[in-house]
Design a protein around this ligand. Sequence first.
Ligand code: GTP
Ligand code: SPV
Ligand code: MN
Length: 578
Amino acid sequence: MSAKDFITGIKELCAPDSVHICDGSEGEFQALAKLLEEKGTWQPLKKRPGSFYARSDPSDVARVEASTYICSAKESDAGPTNNWKDPIEMIAVLEPLFRNCMKGRTMYVIPYAMGPKDSPYTKFGIEITDSAYVVCSMKIMARIVKIEEGKDFVCGIHSVGMPLEKGQEDVPWPCNKVKYIVHFPESREIWSYGSGYGGNALLGKKCFALRIGSKIAKDEGWLAEHMLILGLTSPEGEKKYIAAAFPSSCGKTNLAMLQPSLKGWKVECVGDDIAWMHFGKDGRLYAVNPENGFFGVAPGTSMDSNPNAMKSIEKNTIFTNVALTQDGDVWWEGMTKVPPEELTDWKGKSWKRGSAEKAAHPNSRFTVSKKQCPIYDPAGEKPEGVPIDAILFGGRRASLTPLVLESFNWSEGVLLGASISSEITAASEGAQGALRHDPFAMLPFCGYNMGDYFQHWLDLEQPGRSMPKIFAVNWFRKNSQGKYIWPGYGENTRVLKWIFNRLENREDGSKTPIGIVPKNLDVTELNISKEDMDSLFVIDSTKYNQECLELKSYFSETFGERFPKKFVQILLNWQSHF
Ligand code: GTP
Ligand code: SPV
Ligand code: MN
């Protein structure tokens, strides 16, 4: 389908008052910013040039996994971890919702690119939306481009689902309680209805770069992953690249722009959320970040924990659902040790220090160009990507999994990725805190049968390829008082150093049944007891035996025949050692 036919078809269906083809210019952004200000969607921030403060509808604050669908022709191709509906039946649900849904509004057409300029791996999309907030956010998160005729693009249709009758007044944050985030992986289409928030509405991100992206990657033999990409330079000046998959709100942005606590080490940021990875002719795995910006979790971000994020968001940033200070700046839990005395909270209500309620929503976010990050790696613009030497898998787990563990080989490492369990965070709607399986941190983002996804990962190991080493990490182990044992953030450099040295065979480790843990992690000048350090590496045989049993039943009950036989063998082997 041509872009023209696509636009005409959606215009006919959605019946907007007008159509605006976006050019991504600064002038366009300013004009839309003014419109959003007039509508009360956001307000400029006095303290931060070019920055805006938006408050969403209190019901529209996170991804909606229960309303997210993968509509492949066959149910088995969506697999057991996705909601599925027959594509024809789904169109029958969507068609009436989208019919005239843009009445009284402008339909914006956003042509965009995911990936570096002139990269063979870059892909294109057109998002049609009736939200100016989405247009402004997309200008930051993707590259707005002109798509050449004849180029393939992923069709994305987004509506907040609130048509305006004649004379009906708009609200600051239009949305609908009916929500659908629907993907048609075979025709590479995305239909999103009812939400204006983040991953539900900025279709280049989770919908395209991960759900549709993972399906394209499977078909074409590459990887689309929920991973940060960082460059790590040693005091000797050697540089290696690391990709790391942690579930939503489990530390990717923080690790991606880490300020090292150890002298001489340097971290540079290529990406904080998504990696597209391809094997090069030299047999190494190369990663590009398809995104242009960060949509980062605000709470917990401070000059202590993540100074590079704080510096990134000094200007030209959109803040959503944080709290507002009396003098027109933003604030969130963890930004300063002592909160301001008085704030306006994310719902617009007055808030006093000591209040039991949170001033900022736990999933409040900043949206900012990656180019504003002081440690953005210029190699992030390389068309071929950066070569990945290590892949990290991690989750948020109060017990069981150690601070760091190196896998014995590719297949076992892939199983470590498949075995991630993590406590549910505020990034998605639903029960918070409960432990759930989140294989590869891709549970909400894999656009096809996850059993096939496991096999796809296993099949990547081929003669002539040099596979990255795989590590599992966990920054979130707690002691009996419920406190994090490991200081995390900049101190994670110590773990990165061990990993870096392991890649060069320069560091010793101790063997456990599932991998290698450090013998001597560098803890110089770190205020942590020997007892606490030891507890970070305890591999409890009884608990691991149970974990293996639980994993076996989860995998076989969930994936049945599609669960790779190789994984069964490894699990049995692991279990026999516990
Ligand atoms: P998404 O954008 O949802 O994919 O999240 P993310 O994986 O990028 O997570 P992010 O880095 O934004 O961190 C989420 C939360 O975890 C924030 O509140 C951080 O302050 C906290 N966090 C990040 N790294 C660490 C760490 O090393 N230790 C501890 N204790 N908390 C951390
Ligand atoms: C996540 O939930 O993993 C995010 C935020 O990165 S969103 O873009 O809303 O998906
Ligand atoms: Mn994410």
